[in-house]
Design a protein around this ligand. Structure first.
Ligand SMILES: CC(C)(COP(=O)(O)OP(=O)(O)OC[C@H]1O[C@@H](n2cnc3c(N)ncnc32)[C@H](O)[C@@H]1OP(=O)(O)O)[C@@H](O)C(=O)NCCC(=O)NCCS
Length: 280
């Protein structure tokens, strides 16, 4: 499905970037439903799957709560109760939907393997983990910490992403592959960050309190890198695959190795967007 040059897609991306809260997801949702109809016709064996996940829902909010609840269900806590919690969070904080829309835009514009808008929603567990974390974070700040920890555990067990509910994350994020990701309690991930599998944002084990990394806007954290301690990775920096970062990273540089050292400087592009597909 080559949607990149379609004017309606460009407008929907623009609306998601500009609009506040749930408004941003409206145009994306219309296109996602169209895509799901085409997919259901192309692959009838998955017809009921596309109906249950997308076509049965009148709104993005309804589809998202259903999708996340079905990912996080557990024999001890029925899916419908999990869905009620998600719906409560989304109704009370429309920013959760706006951030989800921007995460779809991030996957679509940065991941060459993502050919349309419904794919992250349907099939990318990095997208599911981010949305479920936002619900856990919402619970954490309403003194429902036990339920937040239940969400953290379910996200880790079913999606392979272990993020503390208190960790603060922005929007327009992409967790590519999203296996083996660990994010500590006092970590911060700002907007427009791309993170591949195997990334750890951890403490040194020698500090208490505010002890985890601060990842500034537009950073690329490549596969398997470990960023350790209350250090800052500056805006637009790149951390090479397999690196161990122990010190602050200035904005716009590339660091690599163990321990990581500066190996290059940004060439004008935002690091996290380097997986851009050229037409989008
Ligand atoms: C960091 C990265 C983005 C390259 O950034 P860049 O600014 O284009 O850097 P360059 O490729 O010009 O490399 C600069 C130097 O650092 C070295 N280098 C690059 N990445 C490195 C790494 N991960 N570990 C050690 N050295 C590395 C290069 O060999 C080069 O050294 P040289 O100057 O002696 O030749 C890339 O190495 C990387 O890690 N990409 C992501 C890969 C990934 O996660 N893939 C998973 C896909 S599923």
């Amino acid at each position: 499905m080559n949607t990149a040059a379609d004017q309606r897609y460009l407008q929907a991306l623009d609306q998601a970037r500009r609009a506040e809260g749930s408004e941003g997801s409206a145009a994306l949702w219309t296109l996602m439903r169209e895509e799901a109809s085409v997919k259901a016709a192309q692959e009838p064996i998955l017809g009921s799957y596309f109906h249950a996940t997308v076509l049965n829902h009148k709104s993005f909010a309804s589809a998202l709560s259903f999708r996340l609840a079905s990912k996080l269900d557990n024999p001890m806590l029925p899916t419908m109760l999990i869905r009620d919690v998600i719906t409560e969070a989304v109704d009370s904080d429309p920013g959760i939907l706006g951030a989800a829309a921007l995460d779809i835009v991030a996957a679509y514009t940065r991941d060459p393997a993502c050919e349309d808008l419904s794919t992250p929603f349907l099939f990318f567990k990095g997208f599911h983990a981010l949305q479920a974390h936002r619900i856990a974070h919402w619970l954490w700040h309403r003194d429902r910490r036990t339920l937040a920890q239940f969400f953290q555990n379910q996200i880790s067990v079913t999606l392979g992403v272990d993020m503390h509910p208190a960790a603060r994350i922005g929007s327009g994020l992409m967790l590519d592959h999203a296996t083996g990701i660990v994010v500590g309690e006092t970590a911060v991930i700002e907007d427009d960050v791309s993170m591949l599998h195997g990334v750890t944002l951890g403490g040194t084990g020698k500090e208490t309190g505010d002890r985890h990394p601060k990842i500034r806007r537009g950073v690329l954290l490549a596969a398997g890198c470990k960023v350790i301690g209350n250090i800052e990775v500056g805006a637009g920096a790149k951390v090479g695959a397999g690196s161990v970062v122990l010190d602050d990273v200035p904005p716009g540089v590339t660091v690599a190795g163990v321990p990581a050292r500066v190996v290059g400087r940004a060439r004008g592009k935002i690091a996290a967007h380097e997986m851009d597909q050229s037409l989008k």
